[in-house]
Design a protein around this ligand. Structure first.
Ligand code: NAD
Length: 426
């Protein structure tokens, strides 16, 4: 018979052994249980399996839809790892059977810290595309730099040839001018006059008032440098000079207009000035593409939850109301649904392209419907911390936000440890 004393000793030994094995396993494979750690509008942890599942979910959505006819076959996506760029790449690869080259900036895993979501997303996308026999390669680097542009040129020349779709989907807070080396930082500020308005912390679900002073002229110019059209034009020039734009090539860049509520900070603010510049650049790019019978367009898309949009105050509360009413109406679209509709009903499938008076493609049509906007406007002033969960879809936004980092995916056991070390196969 085992005495109580020796039973305790045995239990302790087993516990110590388990702890020791856990440490060994952690040291050998960096196996760890990863939980979300949200700090403001970013999550500082990422779940690799959750990110892969999120990419797979988007691929399966595209595979569940009809194949897109007349779609692109060789595609370059600049800003390919998250949000609209990732959805564009998935739609091109799995909806049009295209070979894709992507460019993104993403942090690798390091010292027990998981990589950025874009890192895991891109590995997952490459794996899934390669399984089906498609070319899918990604260049990790600063898309604004000459070095990254040259790497893309060299890769296209050696491996893929001229592309018939170029998607420009960068969202960045800073840019180093490749000619001068000067660093420009974008600002999120009103222009001309100060702004006060409501916003919400999507994680904590707290509604607050924010006040922002108007941007200086330098801040406006710097934001245009970062998020305007200069870099898109540089990309198209270098691709054209190297004869890497195929006949009939289309190039698109994403922009946003949005409602009156967000206008003082978004469309009339620093970011709106940059977007105007981007939209005007389409004309210059059209000149590069006209001899090839190609087209350049800015696509005005719907507000969704991405890493970039989560950083914009006021927009977060607007999006929470927008989601509620669009979901109620059955017109809500997430990132991949938007981009499938863009490809299938605007760009390809042999449809006649409709643009607005400024030659922009509008897929924000459902968001901007008068009844949806009227409902948002009517509720806007009544939203407080006390009623934000009841009157808006803040929970849906919060879920979408966590999904960006691989959390909240069905069929992932978040209590189980996983390895953070995931690498590219090529
Ligand atoms: P996102 O943050 O999800 O994606 C940004 C992408 O840019 C990522 O792939 C990232 O790796 C890449 N990137 C950023 N800086 C880079 C650099 N220096 N070098 C290489 N890659 C870099 O953002 P998103 O919301 O998908 O935004 C993409 C575009 O769509 C932006 O122009 C944005 O204004 C526009 N847009 C977004 C929304 C929205 O609600 N999210 C709505 C309309 C338009």
């Amino acid at each position: 018979m085992v005495s109580q004393e020796s039973q305790r000793t045995q239990d302790e030994c087993i516990r110590e052994l388990i702890d020791y094995l856990k440490i060994m396993a952690t040291d050998l494979f960096s196996i760890s249980v990863i939980k979300p750690k949200v700090r403001g509008f970013v999550c500082i942890t990422t779940h690799p399996d959750g990110c892969a599942a999120h990419v797979k979910e988007q691929i399966e959505f595209i595979q569940s839809k009809s194949k897109i006819q007349g779609g692109p076959k060789k595609v370059l996506v600049i800003g390919c790892s998250t949000g609209y760029g990732l959805a564009s790449r998935i739609t091109a690869a799995f909806g049009c059977e295209a070979d894709t080259l992507g460019v993104f900036s993403g942090r690798s895993y390091n010292n027990g810290r998981p990589a950025s979501p874009g890192w895991y997303n891109t590995i997952a996308l490459e794996n899934e595309a390669q399984k089906l026999g498609f070319y899918a390669k990604s260049i990790k680097g600063d898309a604004f730099s000459n070095a990254t542009k040259q790497e893309v040129i060299d890769t296209l020349k050696a491996e893929l040839g001229p592309v018939d779709l170029v998607v420009y989907s960068l969202a960045s807070a800073r840019r180093i001018d490749p000619k001068t080396g000067e660093v420009y930082k974008s600002a999120l500020k009103p222009v001309g006059k100060a702004f006060s308005g409501k916003t919400v912390d999507t994680d904590k679900k707290i509604v607050t008032e924010i006040s922002l002073e108007p941007a200086t002229d330098k801040e406006v110019m710097d934001t245009i440098k970062v998020m305007g059209g200069e870099d898109w034009k540089m990309w198209m020039h270098i691709l054209g000079e190297n004869e890497l734009l195929a006949k009939g090539c289309i190039s698109i860049a994403y922009s946003y207009i949005g409602p009156e509520i967000t206008k003082p900070l978004y469309r009339d603010g620093t970011i709106g000035k940059a977007k105007e510049d981007l939209e005007n650049t389409a004309e210059a790019i059209q000149k590069i593409l006209t001899p090839l019978n190609g087209r350049a367009h800015v696509v005005i898309s719907k507000a969704i939850v991405t890493q970039a949009s989560s950083a914009i105050p006021v927009l977060s509360l607007y999006v929470a109301l927008l989601f509620k009413f669009m979901k109620e109406q059955g017109t809500h679209e997430d990132c991949i649904q938007q981009i499938y509709r863009l490809f299938a009903s605007k760009l390809y499938n042999h449809v006649e392209l409709e643009t607005d008076e400024a030659n922009r493609i509008r897929i924000d049509d459902l968001e901007m419907q008068t009844d949806i906007q009227a409902k948002i406007q009517a509720l806007w002033n009544t939203i407080t911390t006390e009623n934000v969960c009841e009157l808006t879809d803040i929970q849906g936004c919060s879920n979408d936000f966590l999904k960006l980092f691989g959390f909240g995916m069905p069929n992932i056991d978040y209590e189980k440890g996983t390895t953070i070390e995931r690498d590219f196969s090529n």
